[in-house]
Ligand binder design. Structure first.
Ligand code: SF4
Length: 317
């Protein structure tokens, strides 16, 4: 049953990534980042589809097999087929997960793998499949931020995923409170620079959508808005786009800063643009000026704090 709690960011996870010994060989695939870091902020809902359909531990390994253009899930020795059971479980389970703000899947698994899962056929094998549970989860929840453990080792993908989870939870909280046109516009206002950094064209399109909002019912408007926002946020932010946003934010302080301070801020952003300092250097300077010269509009910008600082996700960017 789907129960949304605005005080908890609930995220689904392949159970083996939390260290649960549910793999076919009795082992696990513990992810330090998931278990140690993210669990400080996310409330994880572990799911092991293979265990849930009654395959025990240990069990025969299963794999994706392509026959007559259909994907089957079979024991590696061909002794049983769990396609129907796994599909039925995935359909029922994922229908209960509308309260989740994200999902972390275990790579390469014929059940949980998000991409490049090995598919066997009489001609050999190719890494072109998606695990059965992952496929149904993603098809039934197209807005849900989903990532794999392996891809989360990439600093850019990691930061992007966590940003999307926090944003989606924010959206689910807004829905839980009850959306109005006014609340939707206020929400968009907070996401302005974040979305602008991820994908300027999505930012323009959503601004236009809200500008023409009288032509849509509130439900249509909300659906179109969140779809555009989540698609836009999927684009990792380039250095060029960060620079562009930082330069816009710099403009808010033009009346308060001394010429020396302006030069320092300008030079710091330019050093970031040239790859000489990490993103956090101009960000810290901007945050410092924001504390000195408070501006409620800027303070509310999610771009400045998309996720908790102590996750240190922007330090490597
Ligand atoms: S990858 Fe999925 S099915 Fe396999 S052990 Fe982990 S949670 Fe279970």
């Amino acid at each position: 049953m789907s129960i949304f709690n605005p005080l908890q960011i609930q995220v689904g996870v392949s159970a083996c990534l939390l260290g649960q010994q549910v793999r076919f060989d009795g082992g696990h695939k513990r992810s330090e980042f998931v278990e140690k870091e993210l669990s400080r902020y996310f409330s994880f809902i572990p799911v092991c589809p293979e265990l849930a359909i009654g395959l025990g531990v240990p069990r025969k390994a299963i794999r994706l097999v392509k026959r007559n253009e259909m994907i089957h899930v079979e024991a590696s020795d061909g002794s049983f087929d769990v396609t129907e059971k796994l599909t039925a479980f995935a359909q029922n389970k994922t229908a209960e997960l509308g309260h989740l703000a994200g999902y972390i899947l275990c790579a390469k698994s014929p059940s949980c793998g998000m991409e490049r899962v090995r598919v066997y056929s009489p001609q050999g094998s190719v890494k072109e499949g998606r695990g059965v549970f992952a496929r149904i989860l993603m098809a039934q929840n197209p807005l849900l931020p989903v990532e794999e453990d392996g891809r989360l080792c990439d600093p850019l993908l990691r930061e992007n995923f966590v940003t999307r989870v926090f944003a989606y939870h924010d959206w689910l909280s807004l829905k839980h409170d009850g959306i109005t046109r006014g609340k939707l516009i206020a929400f968009h206002s907070r996401y302005k620079y974040l979305l602008f950094a991820h994908q300027p064209s999505a930012y323009k399109a959503l601004g236009k959508l809200l500008g023409d909002s009288v032509t849509f019912s509130l439900e249509q408007l909300s659906d179109r808005y969140i779809s555009g926002l989540m698609q836009g946020l999927q684009h990792p932010i380039s250095r060029k786009n960060h620079t562009n946003v930082l330069q816009h934010l710099q403009g808010y302080f033009k009346k308060q800063l001394t010429p020396e301070q302006k030069t320092e801020l300008h030079n710091t952003i330019d050093k970031y643009r040239r790859g000489l300092v990490p993103l956090m250097v101009p960000m810290i300077l901007l945050q410092h000026y924001l504390r000195e010269y408070p501006n409620p509009y800027l303070t509310a910008q999610v771009y400045l704090n998309p996720h908790p600082e102590d996750l240190a996700l922007r330090y490597g960017l």
